[in-house]
Design a protein around this ligand. Structure first.
Ligand SMILES: Cc1cc2nc3c(=O)[nH]c(=O)nc-3n(C[C@H](O)[C@H](O)[C@H](O)COP(=O)(O)O)c2cc1C
Length: 200
């Protein structure tokens, strides 16, 4: 049963940059009448196979469940880059979604992606594309950012037509620029608007 008007903002973040992006995307979602953001994260994965995380993190967003995915009317998926790809904890979570794929439970829902990198040419686009692949297998409808968002033309940090991005710097501590924030909000708003149109 879809939770009417609820977009899942699902992210992994180690140093906080992708989490900040998630908050701006959520703001954009909630600018659309009747739409709400449900912010969720995924636990880190450990090289120690026996290790298990508490089911509720000590701080920050709760961990996502498969029901969160099943019940949302749209998805914003975010991960920091790891060697030009999404981070393992996000991939690990996505690899647990076979039951949703078998039932085509996500097919036809709109989705958008966002990422953070340390270096300017360190793989923003490739990471965004890597996150799109499993979403396309699920039959989701990918939305990006159009160049009518003129920040895309002038940004000297993050911001791509494939999704929102952020240049976090070598220490991963650079705050989001004003343009990066606007593009996050624009992506959230576009995703929510698309979900409304698809529902009507
Ligand atoms: C194992 C590993 C691989 C990484 N690979 C890249 C990379 O390919 N390109 C890049 O620009 N940054 C890379 N980084 C830096 C992270 O992307 C950066 O710390 C992240 O964007 C910060 O986001 P967060 O605050 O949400 O964790 C890597 C970091 C780690 C730990």
């Amino acid at each position: 049963m879809n939770r009417q008007g609820e977009i899942l903002v699902l992210f992994y973040s180690r140093y906080g940059a992708t989490e900040k992006m998630a908050q701006h995307i959520a703001r954009g979602i909630e600018e659309v009448n009747g739409m709400q953001a449900r912010i969720r994260t995924v636990p880190p994965v450990s090289t120690v196979c026996e290790a298990t995380e508490d089911s509720i993190p000590s701080e920050g967003a709760p961990y996502a469940s498969l029901d969160d995915l099943r019940d949302c009317v749209g998805l914003a998926l975010g991960s920091p880059t790891r060697f030009g790809n999404m981070a393992a904890p996000m991939k690990y979570f996505i690899d647990s979604t076979s039951s949703l794929w078998l039932g085509a439970e996500l097919a036809g829902k709109p989705a958008a992606v966002f990422t953070s990198t340390s270096s300017m040419h360190g793989g923003q686009e490739t990471t965004l594309l890597s996150m799109m692949l499993p979403l396309l297998h699920h039959g989701m409808l990918i939305t990006g950012i159009p160049y009518s968002e003129t920040d895309l033309l002038h940004t000297d940090a993050g911001g791509t037509p494939y999704g929102a991005s952020h240049l976090a710097g070598t220490d991963s501590k650079k705050p989001l620029t004003e343009a990066e924030q606007r593009l996050c909000r624009a992506l959230g708003k576009r995703l929510a608007t698309t979900a409304v149109k698809l529902a009507s």
